[in-house]
Design a protein around this ligand. Sequence first.
Ligand SMILES: *Cc1c(COP(=O)(O)O)cnc(C)c1O
Ligand code: SF4
Length: 336
Amino acid sequence: MIHRNKQTLQMPSWQNQLSDAIKSPEALIKALNLPISLLPEIEKAHQLFPIRVPLSFISKMEKGNINDPLLKQVIPTSDELIKHANYTKDPVGDAAAEKTPGLLHKYFGRVLLTVTGACGIHCRYCFRRHFDYSASNPGKQNWLDCLEYIRNDESIFEVILSGGDPLSLSDQKLAQLVKQIAEIPHVRFLRIHTRQIVVLPDRVNDELLQWISNSRLKCIFVIHCNHPAEIAEDTTRALNKLQSVGVELFNQSVLLRGINDSCHTLEQLSLTLFESGVKPYYLHLLDKVEGASHFDTPEYMAREILDQLQQRLPGYLVPKLVREIAGIPYKSPVSS
Ligand SMILES: *Cc1c(COP(=O)(O)O)cnc(C)c1O
Ligand code: SF4
């Protein structure tokens, strides 16, 4: 039994949970009863992009199952060491879209702020695994420059907070930033792209709900959920709380080989999410980022899965299958 000192007791529960997250190969193996023989392989890829998994996400995995679809999203493997000609460090052309440090303006009317490099979880397929957050770190001056950019472009009606995971920031910082955004009259929507609702449901606390309720901006959350097993009672409760303060909920997933590349899994994902008030938004083909080629699903298979989904689900539960092509001013649809 670990006794916490006073200081940790005073931190919000979600911050304690973040500091208690699994961050080493040994701890991951132990928490899930995995064979110790995996250690050298895990360690190698962990050097490239370190492990991070909150215990609440671990609790949704099946112990001892190396093929658990949640585990596969977070366990470093030797496949990540494979270099592949088409896989680069900046597959979606973010560097070119950065107008001022921390602000990406790629699409009409919408800007994306990378407000933090930190995430509650490290997903092995992440296209930001090589992103240089230290260079576009949102210090105070950067925020001022971002706000200035938004103020000067009246076509911007939506500000998207992204990262990293924007909900890694404290509620105090977020409340302050959102207040400043809301002072810009032409901004109408605030969108938050986050995986924390799924991997750290306690992140939805009273303070968060408060700054959302206080804002004049229409608030949209896009939760990043890839598999129905990621949704348990704790996540549903968090989603219900967000809905109770008027937040619109959408989901985007990445199509991941061996994890959710089947009609059955994606069908269950849409149904489960909708029961919790979340509508499907995008299903992304994998961005070709170095170290993630083993997650890629060939396009013909993606089209087939989409076709099957269309045969089995109402239109409102079929996500848009898209891919991001550097230089194209929207997510490009891929049709069945
Ligand atoms: C994906 C993305 C958006 C949002 O695109 P939507 O189609 O509105 O969801 C905005 N800015 C950037 C840089 C993006 O990558
Ligand atoms: S940015 Fe999203 S996909 Fe990437 S590591 Fe963070 S939570 Fe995972």
